[in-house]
Design a protein around this ligand. Structure first.
Ligand code: ZN
Ligand code: ZN
Length: 886
């Protein structure tokens, strides 16, 4: 038999147990066509580096669901993977290069990609090891990378199919350009920051010399690309000016004054400059009026050849120079301080430039419609429900998706251009000659796809699509997509659109969104602030189960959570509590072995002792409650209830109460073993390591065949048995615990020495014989002797120098001979009577209020009435007690 160490040492257990599960092949589901599978595709962490606490939360929640379903007997697949994370990874490797004084252009595309692959291989194995440390029971044999052959083929196939249906097009649109990353970004990759800057009011003279107009801008340098000045057609102030021309100073280009409905009369002077190449609204205006689109910037955001005397300057130097020149020429009417949202790159924080550019887009409307339907008709359920509205609102206003990126790391766009005839060929396989002219002079588009394009295919590409694999047929649509609410638009919506488009079916039935993890003070974690929790450091310090417990207990879906040392400590304390209690049960079992039959009898309604029936009843209630909560995705609440039962009722009460009976004829040993075994199964999905370890130890100490499963990870999840609920036993034990608590509190309040026995009297009616029968228990737990249990009417009318507590089913009178300050005791009773009186008048008022009684459900009114009755009784008894003190 394995020795059980005195204290729980997570390090000694975790690695060994993970290996045990891996060796047993338990993470790999068996495809059984008669059973409905449970499938989660893991949101692939970016290959950019170490896991943070958000990944730990994701992994824990998904592992809870997977372990639970595995124990329910469902073929459960949790498929892990890693994302190549296009721009994020490229930025990291570029930084590495910069340390060596290099940039990617110096080493060239092939060498650069080689560097990234080197880095990726190292990083991928780190991610796998980290998931092992988290206890993630995912099927590593099915692990995928977004740049594996399978997903690559899926990406090309999806692209070509959309292209052939006319849902992918190439066009000139305003995109967000990052001059540092040298790529276009989608709207979602833009981070707006409020900055204090200026609004410059610049004067443009009329061509005919009759004066000037004033336009206001936050980017003076863009005046070089202006194609017009526009006013609202209904703005009567300017009607007479429409059609006139103004001159752009220093470059002497004449532009017209036009009208357009997009102009806001209230903004500034109501007259705006139109810069089609560098502003989305202006671009649209230019399309309506056929205005020239004049680009001003090179890819690195220096001014290009269209910038006249400012060509070659950086955009911000040019701004400075232009402002100076306008001021010197008396053409700057005024400069006002102005704060506004400035778009920044979400990866490198460089100020972005809106810019017209030739890019690839997905025509989103035809894809969005089925995705909206799937959520509206309930085929996809979003948890928590409040995100359904957010989802629908977003989808109804969704805009075409810019999918091309001017990067080197990622899925290269599968389009080739014929150098001879200009034909564009989209193809899954590399074409050898032009379809149209037969030329073999073909050049592939240099751009790569937005990293979210491949992520959008993740649920079906990981299962083998476009091939009709066994996995795809069996596990798709998947069951749950669990992820953070902050990537619902980046990712979740795209998976739904692409999944339906490619397979004709939804990618998952449930979207479970978890909240963000903040620090103890509720602040967002960031490396800059230094308040980041590193999961691996936390596991080293507290153990994996303690961390998992801290990350999930008591939390509801979609809610942000504050986390810090005290929560991890609580997790560790709980693990220690379980360990100590289990160790007590296991060592007792060594001294007093039980039979398989005795173990089975516990659940066969054959128990005679009230406390045994009570703990079994409470356990079954818990199991029932947990089942309801888990089905409702309330994992945090289920875990909290398990904690309260195991810590409170099982460890603190039941074990203490039944200790005295060990080794005797009515020994509680089978009940102790039974409750421990069921609790371990119940808790396993949440705290897998400690539960498996203890369960294996328990299995060893029970006769062979008592626990038939070879491992807890595949043991059946507990089911509640209504027949074992015993309200009578619960009422008795609640009264016993109430009495013990009351005496303990009294002792604490009057600082009675620990070793000292205190006399007490208990007066009760309906539970008289039950409480009498448990006197010995009360005596020992409350250190009270002599203990006298009598009917309520035997309570003396005058209790001199006594502390009186009125409980639900009993009154406790503790003579405090010489130890109590009588005046203080009187004050206490008066205060409690006051509080009760206030409650009574509140309730009386409420029950007399038409508003309340006419609207509240009958059950609520009944409840309030019985509360009032209870308070009135209690108050009356307390008044008697006060009188008794003289
Ligand atoms: Zn950038
Ligand atoms: Zn051709």
């Amino acid at each position: 038999m394995t020795d059980i160490p005195k204290a729980y040492e997570p390090k000694l257990v975790e690695q060994e147990r993970y290996k045990f599960w891996m060796d047993g092949g338990y993470f790999k589901p068996k495809i059984d066509k008669k059973k409905k599978p449970f499938t989660i595709i893991m949101p692939p962490p970016n290959v950019t580096g170490e896991l943070h606490v958000g990944h730990a939360l994701t992994a824990t929640l998904e592992d809870i669901m997977i372990r639970w379903h595995r124990m329910l007997g469902d073929p459960s697949l949790w498929l892990p993977g890693v994302d190549h994370a296009g721009i994020a990874t490229q930025v990291v490797v570029e930084r590495e290069l910069a340390k060596e004084g290099l940039d990617r252009h110096q080493i060239g595309r092939d060498k650069f990609e080689e560097r990234v692959w080197q880095w990726v291989r190292k990083s991928r194995s780190t991610i796998t090891q980290q998931h092992e440390r988290l206890g993630a029971s995912c099927d590593w044999s099915r692990e995928k990378f977004t740049l594996d052959d399978g997903p690559v083929k899926a990406v090309k196939t999806a692209f070509v199919q959309l292209y052939n249906k006319g849902l992918i097009y190439r066009g000139e649109r305003i995109i967000n350009w990052c001059p540092r990353c040298g790529t276009a970004l989608s709207d979602l990759e833009v981070q707006n920051k409020d900055l204090t800057s200026n609004l410059w009011h610049m004067k443009y003279p009329y061509e005919d010399g009759s004066g000037y107009v004033t336009v206001a801008t936050t980017r003076p340098e863009t005046y070089l690309g202006d194609s017009a000045v526009a006013v609202n057609p209904e703005d009567e102030r300017y009607t007479h000016l429409v059609g006139k021309k103004v001159i752009l100073p220093f470059i002497n280009r004449a532009i017209p004054i036009i009208t357009d409905i997009a102009i806001d009369k209230e903004f500034g002077t109501g007259m705006v400059k139109v810069t089609p190449a560098h502003d989305p609204v202006d671009f649209e205006i230019s399309q309506r009026h056929n205005l020239p689109v004049i680009h001003l910037l090179k890819p690195d955001a220096s001014m290009n050849e269209n910038s006249g005397p400012y060509a070659g300057l950086d955009r911000f130097e040019a701004r400075k120079k232009i402002v100076e020149d306008f001021e010197k020429a008396g053409l700057m009417e005024k400069i006002e301080p102005y704060s506004h949202a400035v778009p920044h790159c979400f990866r490198c924080s460089t100020v972005l430039e809106p810019e017209v550019s030739k890019q690839w887009f997905v025509k989103i409307q035809p894809l969005a419609q089925p995705a909206i339907e799937a959520v509206k008709d309930g085929r996809i359920k979003i948890i928590p429900d409040r995100f359904t509205k957010i989802y629908l609102n977003w989808m109804e206003n969704i805009r075409d998706w810019c999918i091309s990126r001017q990067l080197w790391w990622g899925h290269r766009i599968p389009v080739w251009y014929c150098q001879k005839c200009g034909e564009m060929i989209a193809s899954i396989d590399t074409p050898t000659k032009c379809d149209k002219c037969g030329s073999s002079d073909l050049v592939q588009d240099p751009d790569v796809l937005d990293t979210w394009f491949s992520s959008g295919l993740w649920p079906h590409s990981t299962l083998g699509w476009p091939e009709q694999t066994e996995d795809l047929k069996y596990f798709y649509p998947t069951s749950v997509m669990e992820t953070s609410y902050d990537i619902i638009f980046f990712w979740v919506v795209r998976m739904i659109m692409m999944g339906i488009e490619d397979t004709g079916d939804i990618p998952f039935r449930v979207v479970y969104l978890h909240g963000l993890i903040r620090d103890e003070k509720g602040e967002k974690m960031s490396k800059m602030k230094g308040n980041v929790v590193n999961p691996l450091v936390t596991i080293d310090k507290y153990g994996c189960d303690a961390m998992r417990f801290a990350l999930t207990t008591g939390n509801a879906p979609g809610n942000d959570m504050n986390i810090g040392e005290h929560r991890f400590e609580a997790g560790r304390n709980f693990a220690n509590k379980i360990w100590n209690a289990a160790r007590y049960v296991l060592t007792s079992l060594e001294k007093e072995p039980i039979t398989t039959q005795a173990f089975a009898n516990v659940a066969a309604k054959k128990l005679t002792e009230t406390e045994d029936r009570w703990i079994i009843s409470r356990l079954n209630r818990l199991v029932k409650e947990v089942d309801v909560l888990m089905k409702d995705f309330q994992f945090g609440e289920a875990e909290r209830e398990m904690h309260d039962f195991i810590w409170g009722e099982f460890c603190d009460w039941y074990i203490e109460i039944c200790k005295q009976r060990l080794g005797k004829a009515n020994s509680p040993m089978p009940v102790l073993a039974y409750v421990l075994e069921t609790s371990l199964r119940l808790l396993h999905p949440f705290m897998p390591f400690i539960t498996e370890e203890l369960w294996q130890n328990l299995r060893e100490r029970l006769p062979e065949g008592t626990l038939t499963s070879p491992a807890l990870i595949i043991a059946p999840y507990p089911k509640s048995n209504e027949k074992l609920l015993d309200p009578g036993a619960e009422q008795v034990m609640e009264a016993v615990m109430d009495i013990v608590r009351t005496i303990r509190n009294a002792r604490a309040e009057y600082k009675v020495d620990i070793g000292k026995w205190v006399e007490s009297f208990v007066y009760t009616d309906s539970l008289l014989s039950d409480i009498k029968a448990r006197s010995a228990t009360i005596e020992i737990l409350a250190k009270t002797r002599p203990l006298t249990v009598l009917p309520r009417d035997k309570r003396p009318s005058k209790a001199d120098k006594a502390m009186v507590s009125v409980l639900k089913d009993a009154d406790v009178v503790i003579p405090l001979a010489g130890m109590v300050d009588i005046e203080a005791e009187k004050a206490r009773l008066s205060k409690e009577i006051d509080i009760l009186q206030r409650e009574i008048s509140k309730l009386t008022q409420r029950l007399g209020d038409e508003q309340f009684t006419s609207k509240a459900p009958a059950a609520v009114i009944e409840k309030e009435k019985s509360r009032l009755q209870e308070y009135e009784n209690k108050s009356a008894r307390m008044k008697t007690a006060l009188d008794q003190l003289g």
